[in-house]
Design a protein around this ligand. Structure first.
Ligand SMILES: *[C@@H]1O[C@H](CO)[C@@H](O)[C@H](O)[C@H]1NC(C)=O
Ligand SMILES: *[C@@H]1O[C@H](CO)[C@@H](O)[C@H](O)[C@H]1NC(C)=O
Ligand SMILES: *[C@@H]1O[C@H](CO)[C@@H](O)[C@H](O)[C@H]1NC(C)=O
Ligand SMILES: *[C@@H]1O[C@H](CO)[C@@H](O)[C@H](O)[C@H]1NC(C)=O
Ligand SMILES: *[C@@H]1O[C@H](CO)[C@@H](O)[C@H](O)[C@H]1NC(C)=O
Length: 741
């Protein structure tokens, strides 16, 4: 049983935070419009959607009810909120029609007539919140989105039953007003903000200045987008989380207010103090509440509010003091600046800090932060709970409510990866924890648009009390819905992927692609993986065997490209090992053979396969950047921001290849030239009898990397070539190598 205090605290949170107070008719209308966007007006007319608050459970939990369908009858979708109705609709499409809503291509062939719901089906979510996003998702994935793309994503969110999400666009425009009002000059503000591709880290105080300034048109566009995003999210009854002041200020504030008490933080992410070491306002300085409330007042005047605010003061940054009294004061100051403007404020905190720097965050430090905000007013995201849950070692965040989040992805990397068993069990285990204060489940990936199966499972868990009983059966039906046909080979391929790449457990599960393919080569690269590579090759073979039946499915072609990509990534490790062995044995011919295949045949062939699918094009990512601009100068600037993020990340490769992606164009012009340089340098070293010098190689590699970043070559934003033909060619040539794993 829950402790009394906790129950009261959670009740407080449920009462104050948004959702159930809006207009039910408006939410039903929003879901009807979603239906038309998803299925078209004809098929949408076969559904009847309504929203009734009274459908919620006694404790106020979102509920949907399905009924009707069959010959001549409309399918009735009833929800306690718009989000609940959308989730019910998705459930019907998924479980009764065998449909699949996906980033990589939806499968929406409806049976005719629409299947009947034999018995009225009512489902309630087990918890108050289903959360979505990470502060970093805004930079790694949403960066250049226009309204059309946002609209798709908000539809996806609604269908997946998400009712709590960050809405952080446009905040720099508001900050600019605040800083101008405080007396900073436009130049000082321009010097402070990062460029568009690095705003996430500007917002968390990790970075400033780097790759800025933001053009005036950026602010205008983001304000416009934010209004539309908020309006749409609210129309479904979702709660948008707005940003709040966390304590970081521009250095120029000390020019305007020479007496202000600020502390300069340490550097972050191998950036020097020209770009990091931000200034933190002392919690007891009178400017703290002033700046914080100026910002929140201006923000909520512009956008309204649903009373939940996100702020991260010490994300990946060592606080200036480990004294609990200091940490409590720094935390209380953030909360008080919120409540000064909005007495109902609830603070959403990314719990990443506790798990990222466990050596700093001992029990006393954690307790200081958690105890500085009244119970029920600090909503903690246990951000990486599928791997390193924090609730278990903090007595369920000491009574503060928390959301069990799956992080899954770092840097928006490609690479098949998932810890599905752990994700499947995690939320139920957290609910059973003694005195658990779990109030929701969530997805907090740094980047989206990959490994869709993992997100499908997590979204489903937001509406299940218990784990999926048989993941093998679950993934089999996932494959059938995804392709719209049950195909034995394709389903077998998915079961192999499930037991290998998607069944990571233990220390290696960090969702970061460390394949040598996407890393700067050295003689010490790690090639071990947590799965049996033969499973990937067998899945590859099985998918190819299914092509005659499934080639017309966009999601199938996507998977064929993606699994081919994965197989190539395994092959790169194999040829790299051969190169290294040959080099160490001083055998020139095998070295040149392996290096030649890797850099001159395999990677170019991968680039061609990637070029055949619209989801794997550097060209479309860069085109999105250019389309966000209003002048050629701006287009060039945005493109360069993007190229930096994908590769060097900072001026000197400060977080080199963190956000690596396997995109056509990037493989051919960035990863392949680096591997050619490595193969040639090793061969040269054997020929000359001079040992390989990593330091010198790094310098030369940097030149190549920088040349790519500063380059202006335009890449196709439309796919070219036939995926199936290209994959077959690659398969025939390289599948026999599978025997060497
Ligand atoms: C749960 O809460 C109750 C009431 O506060 C307390 O007595 C009990 O020790 C707690 N259990 C655990 C395992 O912390
Ligand atoms: C930081 O690094 C940049 C180059 O990346 C350099 O121009 C600048 O002078 C450095 N700043 C400091 C404070 O060292
Ligand atoms: C400045 O702030 C720090 C941190 O809160 C505090 O320890 C220090 O006493 C303050 N200094 C002054 C001069 O107020
Ligand atoms: C995943 O691996 C664990 C062992 O680590 C095993 O018990 C489990 O059955 C595996 N799950 C699947 C779906 O293969
Ligand atoms: C990997 O799978 C293959 C094919 O099933 C099998 O022959 C091989 O023994 C496995 N390797 C390991 C290390 O389990």
């Amino acid at each position: 049983m829950e402790a009394m205090g906790v129950a009261v605290a959670l009740g407080l949170l449920l009462l104050t935070a948004g959702g159930s107070t809006g207009d039910a008719a408006r939410e039903a209308a929003a879901v009807r419009e979603l239906l038309v966007r998803l299925l078209g007006p004809g098929p949408a007319a076969a559904f009847s959607v309504s929203v009734e608050r009274s459908l919620a459970t006694k404790s106020g939990l979102d509920t949907y009810r399905l009924s009707g369908g069959g010959a001549g009858a409309r399918v009735q979708v009833l929800g306690s909120t718009g989000v609940a109705a959308a989730a019910g609709l998705h459930r019907y499409l998924r479980d009764f029609c065998g449909c699949h809503v996906a980033w990589s291509g939806s499968q929406l062939r409806l049976p005719q007539p629409l299947p009947a719901v034999p018995e009225e089906l009512t489902e309630a979510t087990p918890n108050r919140y289903r959360y979505y996003q990470n502060v970093c998702t805004q930079s790694y994935s949403f960066l250049w989105w226009d309204w059309a793309r946002w609209e798709q994503e908000i539809d996806w969110m609604a269908l997946n039953g998400i009712n709590l999400a960050l809405a952080w666009s446009g905040q720099e425009a508001i900050w600019q007003r605040v800083y101008l009002a405080l007396g900073l000059t436009q130049t000082e503000i321009d010097e402070y903000f990062t460029g568009p591709a690095f705003l996430a880290w500007g917002r968390m105080g990790n970075l400033h200045t780097w790759s800025g300034p933001l053009p005036p048109s950026w602010h205008l566009k983001q304000l416009y987008l934010q209004h539309r995003i908020l309006d749409r999210m609210r129309s479904f009854g979702m709660i948008p989380v707005l940003p709040a002041f966390a304590g970081h200020v521009p250095k120029a504030l000390t020019r305007v207010f020479p007496q202000v008490n600020v502390t300069q933080m340490g550097s972050w992410g191998h950036f020097n103090c020209s770009y990091s070491c931000s200034f933190l306002l002392a919690p007891e300085d009178p400017l703290f509440p002033l700046v914080g409330s100026l910002f929140l007042r201006e923000l909520t005047k512009e956008f309204g509010t649903d009373h939940i605010y996100g702020a991260d003061t010490f994300n990946e940054m060592q606080p200036p003091s480990s004294e609990p009294s200091y940490l409590a004061a720094a935390t209380a100051a953030v909360y008080q600046a919120m409540t000064a403007v909005d007495p109902d404020a609830v603070w959403l905190l990314q719990g990443w800090l506790f798990q990222n720097q466990p050596e700093f965050w001992g029990p006393a430090q954690v307790a200081a932060v958690l105890g500085a905000v009244p119970r029920g007013r600090l909503l903690v995201l246990d951000l990486f709970a599928e791997s390193q849950p924090v609730y278990v070692r903090t007595a369920s965040f000491q009574g503060q409510p928390f959301i069990w989040c799956m992080l899954h992805n770092f840097g928006g990397n490609h690479g098949l990866f998932g810890a599905l068993e752990s994700v499947n069990q995690g939320p139920a285990t957290a609910r059973r924890f003694p005195n658990s204060t779990l109030v929701g489940t969530g997805m907090a990936p740094e980047g989206i648009g990959q490994n869709e199966v993992v997100y499908a499972l997590m979204a489903e868990l937001g509406w299940r009390k218990d784990p999926v009983a048989d993941l093998g059966a679950w993934v089999t039906s996932f494959a059938a819905r995804r392709y719209g046909v049950s195909h034995g080979d394709a389903e077998a391929a998915w079961r192999l992927l499930l037991r290998s790449v998607y069944n990571c457990s233990g220390e290696e599960c960090r969702g970061h692609n460390h394949s040598p393919l996407v890393k700067r080569p050295s003689l010490h690269m790690v090639t071990t993986v947590w799965y049996n590579r033969s499973d990937v090759f067998e899945a590859w073979r099985l998918l190819l065997a299914a092509t005659p039946t499934l080639a017309s499915s966009p999601a199938f072609r996507y998977d064929l490209v993606d699994v081919t990509r994965q197989a190539v990534q395994e092959l790169v490790s194999l040829y790299y090992e051969e190169m290294r062995t040959a080099y160490l044995k001083k055998e020139l011919v095998p070295l040149m053979r392996a290096g030649g295949i890797l850099a001159y045949e395999l990677l170019p062939a991968l680039d061609q396969v990637l070029a055949s699918d619209c989801h794997f094009l550097l060209g479309s990512w860069l085109e999105q950047a250019r389309l966000a601009a209003v002048s050629e100068t701006e287009a060039h600037f945005y493109e360069q921001n993007s190229r930096y993020q994908l590769t060097l990340w900072g001026p000197e490769g400060n977080i080199l290849d963190y956000a690596n992606k396997q995109l056509a164009g990037l493989v051919a012009d960035y990863y392949a030239p680096r591997w050619r340089l490595f193969a040639e340098t090793l061969a040269e070293s054997l020929v000359q009898g001079v040992p390989f010098q990593q330091h010198q190689f790094d310098k030369n590699a940097f030149q190549l990397e920088q040349t790519f970043v500063l380059g202006t070559r335009r890449y196709p934003s439309q796919p070219e070539g036939d995926t199936v033909d290209l994959v077959k060619k690659l398969f025939l040539k390289y599948y026999p190598r599978a025997g060497f794993f």
